[in-house]
Design a protein around this ligand. Structure first.
Ligand code: PHE
Length: 354
């Protein structure tokens, strides 16, 4: 074989090898689906240890006339690798984007999750509603303290020490002599009168009361009351009755009838309790009204002359009425809640219903 022939054979051999390297490399590249494998391919096919690079390094020992031919050919392989690599990189970017879109895909037609909403306690709702009605009728809201003295809670309300009527109000005493938790909102009558005498008064006094009682389904040691008071000249029992009837109508609706039953409180004379027609059975008689057809909602009466005097009003000139109603009781009747303990046990399953 002549030198020329030898060179030609060597050229063919190397070119064939390069073709193999290219075809194999490109075939492998086509399979690649992710960035990491692509980097790997880059290192093994274009890095220092790549087969094309080996051939380029071998060029120095090739016959002179072969070098430019092989150099060009090897370069061609390198360039086709680089071009293919770039294309594959773009393709992989697209694949990865699609993959992540699929992963993050949200179904906009799915129903949303409802956030749980805060709401007002049923007692707050009832107190606001009751206050609203009286405010519309021209009453002002007056705040009086939860902590009282024996004097305000009893004595000034016409119950001197050892008065038997005190038994109606089981009392929480404190370690401080004469300081007690109010058993009703009535001591507020004295506060509001002493502040405004001799001006006429129309006010409601809402707030928490405390009684040292056995806790049962019907009685709690704490509960709200709304005290109602009107003082002025010529205030009559008719005013009391009309005011309460109007209140009941606004609260329960026009149809509900009421009745007054005589009763006794030391701080009112005459005294009464007001019943509303049972709105559960419509007066027919049911378990809630204990078959009577009537529900008791408040105590009331004309203010006792002694109480007026203690408040700073001359009972010869002034008269007044007072009432005390229980919002929990009204709430229980309206929502058919059979146990008063639900109100202050803070069970969300109960509170959520309002
Ligand atoms: N304070 C009384 C009670 O707690 C209710 C009442 C208030 C009665 C005002 C008459 C007048 O039972």
């Amino acid at each position: 074989m002549s030198d020329d022939e030898q060179v030609s054979v060597q050229k063919d051999r190397i070119q064939q090898k390069l073709n193999e390297i290219r075809n194999q490399g490109l075939a492998l590249l086509e399979e690649i689906q992710d960035e990491e494998s692509l980097q790997e391919w880059h290192r093994s096919h274009l890095g220092r240890k790549a087969a094309v690079m080996d051939i380029m390094r071998e060029m120095s020992s090739m016959p002179g006339e072969l070098r430019p031919i092989i150099g060009k050919y090897a370069n061609g392989v390198k360039q086709s690798f680089e071009k293919a690599l770039q294309e594959r990189a773009e393709a992989i970017k697209k694949i990865e984007l699609e993959r992540s879109l699929k992963k993050e895909q949200i179904d906009v037609t799915l129903p949303g999750r409802r956030p749980s909403r805060g709401r007002l306690h049923p007692e707050t709702q009832a107190l606001r509603e009751i206050s609203q009605i009286f405010v519309e009728m021209g009453f002002q809201i007056y705040r009086s303290p939860d902590v009282e003295t024996d004097e305000y809670n009893f004595e000034l309300l016409n119950m001197p020490p050892h008065h038997p009527a005190r038994d109606m109000w089981d009392t929480f005493y404190t370690t401080k002599e004469n300081v007690i938790l109010r058993t009703h909102t009535s001591p507020g009558q004295i506060h509001v009168m002493r502040q405004f005498a001799p001006e006429p008064i129309r006010a409601i006094l809402p707030g928490m009361c405390y009684r040292y009682e056995q806790i049962t389904a019907r009685s709690e040691i704490q509960f709200n009351q709304v005290e109602l008071i009107a003082v002025g000249k010529n205030i009559t029992f008719g005013d009391l009755k009309g005011t309460l009837q109007d209140f009941v109508n606004r609260l329960f609706g026009r149809e509900v009838r009421t009745r007054l039953r005589p009763n006794h409180f030391p701080f009112t004379e005459p005294s009464a309790e007001m019943d509303v027609e049972c709105f559960i059975c419509g007066g027919q008689g049911c378990p809630v009204c204990k078959k009577s057809g009537w529900l008791e909602i408040l105590g009331c009466g004309m203010m006792h002359p002694t109480v007026l005097k203690n408040g700073g009003y001359d009972p010869e000139v002034y008269s007044g009425f007072a009432a005390g109603l229980g919002p929990e009781r009204i709430n229980m009747l309206r929502h058919k809640i059979e146990d008063i303990r639900y109100f202050w046990s803070n069970d969300v399953r109960f509170l959520e219903q309002f």
